[in-house]
Design a protein around this ligand. Structure first.
Ligand code: FVH
Length: 300
């Protein structure tokens, strides 16, 4: 491989909505970018923006010191790369396709077996945020791959390296997405509820966003209670009170013809905490009904 260039050439394989945003950001940062997509016409906008079009995946791999894959899923990554291990050997492969930690570990072992320097990534942004201060990307895997690719990766969003275990980025990515979808379910329920009172979504959105911004701060004291294994630590809203209030939320929804199916499971767990003698604690203890894993690193 050549001496490190301040703007090493990057190849982007996969030009869906996200891959297109990544290639565009890399071009904007001054990197020579070569692109390939299964459906070739999707490359047209980035080629018009200055990227080189590869005739096939093999040509794209050969053009990049850093090869960035942004495909649909784990299977599609192997579909695209398996025939090109010879060309990939000695290069840095960064896979930002959404995968499970186990899939990332499999890909890391596959890469190691073929002499490919592998870094796994989890993009915590939507395509329009790429290249803006709002975007951050989690990475794990080869430290050397990170060092080689860091400048290019910085063009996509804040680089957050989690360590050499290749599955770490995927694990935290999926945890963050799980939290987001839980919140999104709550958002849709809230809109459905206010709609029964004639309040439009547009009217309600600013107060909802303000409320959720504040509520996100719950993560920090909740983490303290979990890591101290003390759900009674600094309680400001005990479970007995929360379970009663929560029942009211579900009762109101039913009375208004809104199905509380997204809310009900959590209410059941709050009532169970009270019934089992934890009414004085915070709601954090519900975590014990979700998993038998109690220590970091323990995988049930
Ligand atoms: N878009 C988002 O909001 C999220 C943000 C966080 C990260 N995700 C993950 O990024 C991966 C790509 O997402 P995307 O939004 O670009 O997805 P699509 O626009 O649907 O593009 C999918 C690309 O994958 C290609 N592809 C699929 N299967 C194959 C295959 N077997 N062989 C070769 N290429 C394949 C597809 O090609 P084509 O259909 O255009 O020919 C697209 O390039 C994803 O993991 C998200 O979870 C995005």
């Amino acid at each position: 491989m050549s001496e490190q260039h301040p703007h090493p050439p990057v190849s982007v394989l996969g030009l869906g909505t996200m891959g297109t945003a990544l290639a565009t950001a890399l071009l904007g940062a001054g990197h020579p970018v070569t692109v390939w997509n299964r459906t070739q016409t999707k490359a047209d906008p980035v080629v018009a923006g200055g990227a080189a079009r590869a005739a096939d995946a093999a040509e794209a791999v050969r053009a990049g010191e850093i090869v960035l894959t942004c495909l649909l899923d784990h299977t599609s990554v192997h579909d695209v790369l398996d025939a090109h291990t010879g060309a990939l050997a000695g290069r840095v492969l960064v896979n930002v396709t959404n995968t499970t930690p186990e899939e990332s570990a499999e890909l890391a072992a596959w890469a190691a077996g073929h002499g490919i320097d592998f870094l796994d990534g989890g993009i915590m942004a939507v395509p329009p945020q790429i290249g803006t201060p709002e975007a951050f990307v989690l990475y794990s895997g080869s430290r050397r791959a990170l060092d080689t690719a860091r400048t290019a990766l910085a063009a996509l969003g804040d680089v957050r390296y989690l360590g050499t275990d290749p599955g770490l980025a995927a694990l935290q990515d999926m945890a963050l997405l799980s939290a987001m979808y839980g919140m999104y379910g709550g958002i849709l329920h809230a809109f459905a509820l206010v709609r029964t009172g004639g309040v439009s979504a547009r009217e309600f959105a600013p107060v909802l966003a303000r409320w959720l911004g504040g509520a996100s701060g719950l993560a920090v004291p909740t983490a303290e209670q979990i890591d101290n294994a003390d759900y009674a630590l600094d309680v400001t809203s005990n479970v007995t009170m929360q379970a009663a209030a929560y029942d009211s939320l579900c009762d109101l929804a039913r009375a208004r013809g809104v199905d509380p199916l997204l809310l009900e499971p959590f209410g059941g767990l709050l009532r169970r905490r009270v019934a089992e003698g934890h009414g004085h604690e915070d709601a954090t203890g519900v975590i014990d009904y979700l998993t038998t894993t109690t220590s970091p690193g323990e995988h049930a």
